[in-house]
Design a protein around this ligand. Structure first.
Ligand code: GLC
Length: 450
């Protein structure tokens, strides 16, 4: 094992908490939904049982309506996190499990393609086969939640009403919707942030943003987290590119799995057909040459180039011409001295290379874009995406996110946010496996290759 591989193993082991993995020990002391998916892929290299238990633990928090919550509070005594389980009060919904405690919103549904990834790596392992059989209907049920509760107009695209659901918590794509929120401070419950005590405030969301996150949380809670009032009332209602691309890719993975085992995939195929064509026609932004999220409340596209649009490659949504534009865009950033892939448009006045999802590079999105580029045979760009993440981690450590400007990164000694980060270790481990030889292999969604 080389040094980097050893470090990934060490981080994943250190963050393992007897049944699940924390993203990083202090800042995020519970289990996060899409983190668990990527982390499971990482664990599979060292402890297959951890990989399976990780997903099992996550789905132990699934609600009766199918929703897999964005946080599972396996330990109720941990006090270093806000909003904690008591603030979420998931019990307002009778379908929330009493134990484990959970949050009341969800996150990008990666688990369909994570299952396929495990199956691809362990095609004949009896424990994996039994596990897939058990989890498959639960993952389908979690997709049903999106189509029933988040697509009331039956368009094939799901909405989100809280930025935290998208995984890209404070991306500028939410700014306009958040600015719509008028806060009545006599109604907003008192709260104390914990994140700024543990991380640099300059890298975290502002107080005004945080008040609005809490406002939207309350709005969800007042509607039992799944009531029709959310669609009727929420000032933030967005059909997000990444959420929908991930859902589409996971539908596809479930279809492959179902076909392999002879299980019924009719419902999945129906969702899929509608979702892909709607995504293509509604979210393609010809002016910007990328896919953009759609503001359902404001009834317009959210006109920003950002990482979500690029993840459409992972679900094989773009046609060749669109994929070429996305590839060219990444090549131009590379030529201009940026590491790939910045989370937000480097030419926008809203770009902030240090602050969370407003510019920095994140490992899970690099992972998605890497495999997305391979889908289309853009192997050289894929190799850059991979090499850039590996270089950043080697130079700066296994951080939560990274500086995208090469010149500035050279002056730094660390990454940003939390250190010893689980999904950074997991994505690095998986990308290391890809190796240089992978440049000549084309991955295909159709065959489920990763
Ligand atoms: C931050 C990220 C989110 C992630 C969580 C735990 O909130 O924005 O995507 O799931 O941290 O790592």
């Amino acid at each position: 094992m080389d040094q980097l591989t050893r470090e990934t193993a060490h981080i994943l082991e250190q963050n393992w908490r007897n049944g699940f993995t924390v993203p990083t020990s202090k800042l995020y002391p519970f289990q996060w939904n899409w983190d668990a998916g990527f982390t499971s892929i990482g664990h599979a290299y060292f402890h297959l049982d951890y990989a399976l238990r990780e997903l099992q633990s996550l789905f132990s928090g699934q609600w009766a309506n199918g929703m897999v919550p964005h946080i599972i509070f396996h330990s109720e005594n941990e006090t270093t996190y806000f909003p904690n389980h008591d603030f979420w009060a998931a019990e307002v919904n009778p379908g929330a499990p009493g134990k484990p405690k959970t949050s009341g919103i969800t996150q990008p549904p990666v688990h369909g393609f994570v299952l396929e990834n495990l199956l691809h790596k362990f095609p004949d392992n009896p424990a994996v086969l039994a596990f897939v059989k058990d989890l498959f209907p639960k993952v389908v049920q979690s997709h049903r939640f999106f189509y029933i509760y988040r697509d009331p107009q039956r368009e094939g695209l799901c909405f989100t009403y809280h930025p935290w659901e998208s995984g890209r918590d404070n991306s500028p794509i939410w700014d306009e919707s958040l600015a719509r929120i008028v806060i009545d401070y006599s109604q907003l419950p008192a709260y104390t942030r914990q994140d700024t005590k543990l991380a640099d405030a300059a890298e975290r969301p502002t107080t005004a943003q945080y008040d609005r996150y809490v406002y939207l949380l309350q709005l969800g809670k007042n509607n039992r987290y799944d009531g029709p009032g959310i669609f009727a009332e929420s000032p933030l209602l967005v059909q997000d590119t990444l959420m929908n691309a991930v859902l589409i890719r996971s539908n596809q993975s479930l279809i492959h799995i179902g076909q392999r085992f002879g299980w019924d995939t009719g419902e999945l195929q129906e969702w899929q057909q509608q979702a892909i064509s709607r995504f293509r026609e509604k979210l393609w932004n010809a002016e910007l040459g990328t896919f953009t999220s759609y503001d359902l409340r404001g009834q317009h596209a959210i006109p920003h180039r950002e990482i979500g649009g690029l993840t459409a490659l992972f679900a094989q949504i773009p046609n060749t011409e669109q994929a070429t534009l996305l590839n060219d865009y990444l090549r131009s950033l590379h030529q201009r001295g940026y590491y790939l892939c910045p989370s937000f448009d480097v030419d926008s006045p809203l770009f902030d290379s240090r602050r969370y999802w407003r510019g920095p590079i994140w490992s899970p999105t690099n992972w998605l874009v890497y495999f997305g580029l391979k889908n289309y045979g853009f192997l050289d760009t894929a190799a850059i995406v991979r090499a850039d993440l590996l270089e950043l981690v080697e130079k700066l450590g296994f951080y939560e996110y990274f500086e995208p400007q090469k010149r500035l990164a050279q002056t730094l000694t660390t990454g940003y946010g939390g250190n010893h980060f689980s999904w950074t270790a997991a994505c690095v481990r998986d990308l290391l496996q890809e190796g240089e030889g992978a440049r000549s292999r084309k991955s295909e969604v159709g065959s489920g290759k990763f």
